[in-house]
Design a protein around this ligand. Structure first.
Ligand SMILES: [Ca+2]
Length: 300
């Protein structure tokens, strides 16, 4: 009330904005439970899939998939519930998070958060609409449902049977920040620091984010794949580092040790030989040593 009074006195036009700032729009979005949802290899979609509600800005060109991620404005996201075979989220929009391009239609973009290939479904309906800054009063309930989508930019949807599937796609899945990624797994502001390891698998939250693994479920896969090829006078050490295509650019380095106590940064000795959004492969021609341990250090 103090703010309203202050604004009313000095700048009457802004008083309305202040009042509107208190309005909120509620959007329920998702898929029907127990729908038949599969990936492009006809395997059931699992919790490695993330679904986002958002819109594209004006540079969105449906025929150029490589630009999609850069044009994407994410409003909210959720993971797929593989027990019930659905995803569902209730998002609250106010002045702070209405998509910047209000004329752009809402889209639901589903993608696999960890895999050797990009899998997407991107769908919408011309009747779906965002609230506007001057009218946040959407009908209650406002629902954007997969079963009602009519525009499929990639993926498949069969409204008659309720089936839908993701599709192989060019590789530019949306990026997610470490902070937003943590909100997915610790939604109610639960404390979990970047270096915490709530599932006790030896991988910190920051490393799980880098790998695209679930921080609440023990990860079996090793983040590093190490091979040694003995040559005449030197050893060829190859390191393959797996990473999530959804993680934003993250600093990492390879460290080595001969006693597991003192570690030195060996990153500068490695040469990049292969790279994809899902892995990095490096090589080092090193002088033979008896035993050497390697570890991956992921920074901020
Ligand atoms: Ca962990």
């Amino acid at each position: 009330m103090k703010i309203c009074y202050h604004v009313l006195t000095l700048l009457p036009a802004l008083a309305c904005s202040q009042l509107l700032a208190e309005q909120k729009a509620i959007i329920e979005w998702g898929s029907d439970a127990y729908s038949h949802a599969t990936d492009s290899s006809a395997s059931n979609i699992d919790e490695s899939f993330i679904f986002e509600l958002g819109s594209f800005n004006s540079s969105f060109n449906p025929s150029d998939r490589s630009t999609w991620a850069a044009s994407w404005n994410s409003v909210d996201r959720t993971t797929f519930n593989e027990d019930g075979n659905f995803f569902q989220q209730t998002s609250t929009l106010d002045q702070s998070n209405i998509p910047p391009s209000q004329n752009s239609r809402p889209y639901i973009w589903g993608y696999r958060n960890r895999d050797g290939s990009a899998e997407w479904i991107l769908l919408s309906n011309p009747n779906w609409a965002w609230p506007t800054p001057t009218n946040l009063n959407l009908p209650i309930p406002t629902r954007f449902l997969v079963s009602e989508a009519t525009t499929i930019e990639t993926g498949f949807l069969d409204p008659t049977s309720g089936s839908w599937a993701t599709q192989q796609a060019a590789d530019s899945s949306p990026k997610i920040s470490l902070l937003d990624w943590k909100k997915l797994y610790f939604p109610n502001g639960e404390e979990s620091e970047d270096l915490d390891d709530p599932d006790g698998d030896g991988l910190s939250n920051r490393l799980e984010y880098f790998l695209g693994s679930n921080p609440l479920q023990i990860t079996q896969e090793q983040p590093l794949e190490l091979t040694l090829e003995k040559q005449a006078s030197e050893n060829k050490i190859t390191v393959k580092i797996f990473r999530s295509s959804s993680a934003q650019s993250t600093q990492f380095s390879i460290q080595s040790s001969t006693d597991l106590k003192s570690w030195s940064n060996d990153h500068q000795n490695f040469t990049l030989i292969n790279e994809s959004p899902h892995f990095i492969q490096l090589e080092w021609l090193a002088l033979p040593e008896r035993t050497k341990y390697f570890r991956l250090d992921v920074g901020d």
